[in-house]
Design a binder for this molecule. Sequence first.
Ligand SMILES: C[S@@+](CC[C@H](N)C(=O)[O-])C[C@H]1O[C@@H](n2cnc3c(N)ncnc32)[C@H](O)[C@@H]1O
Length: 236
Amino acid sequence: MTDGPPGWGAPLHARVLDLAGVGAGTTLLDLGCGPGTFAAAAVARGARVVGVDGDRSAVAAAAAAVPGARFRRGDAHDPPPGPFDVVAAVQLLQHVVNPVVVLRAAARVGSAVAVTTWGPEEQCDVRAFGEALARWLPPRRPSGPPPLTDPARLRKVVGLAGLAVVAEDEVECPFTYVDADALVGPLLASGIGRAAAARAGESAVRRAVLTRLDVNRTRTGGYVLHNRFRVLVANR
Ligand SMILES: C[S@@+](CC[C@H](N)C(=O)[O-])C[C@H]1O[C@@H](n2cnc3c(N)ncnc32)[C@H](O)[C@@H]1O
């Protein structure tokens, strides 16, 4: 998956903070904090934030970007003891080995747990990247259990962790690109972009993506991809 353009997550982060009631003095653990964008939004509301990520470079980037929070390297399956008012797992669960273990551990150290996932594939225009490059990529994995993007599956996993859902919402986060270069550049730097370009060359990748995304082209030559995300807040 390619990363979104800068700022794409702002509506998602705002909805998580609203639904979880994060405000001045809230203690918040940001699991899988990445470069700290969500932590920054929480700090801006007056929350006291600890961020944890398994990737050393992400932790360093977050610490540099958000001096008002504390960051450390760690595994979301084994979070710091807290206690925290809120534990957030923003776009994390699809990356961990065992989402139930992560959520159970989050419930142990937090009063509330806030989770986000991509919406179902058909509600996310970013699927077009994979579709455009599919002919140069390995076949997708055969089906296992439904993905966490399936709302029923997400609720089930949350329940298995001993949590009770208290709020759920969907959030639209458009990915907006000023022109074709802004769209294709980050794709070519991503895992799937590099893999496809290694087989077909960058020009073929560019052509395939711009053809597939022609329907997303704006009148000014930019591109807008509409994507839906799911936010869920649960209590012990
Ligand atoms: C898609 S990024 C999301 C980053 C951030 N939460 C955001 O929304 O911008 C997933 C992050 O989770 C981290 N991650 C994946 N598995 C992890 C684990 N088991 N423990 C801690 N961090 C993990 C990755 O290093 C990455 O920074």
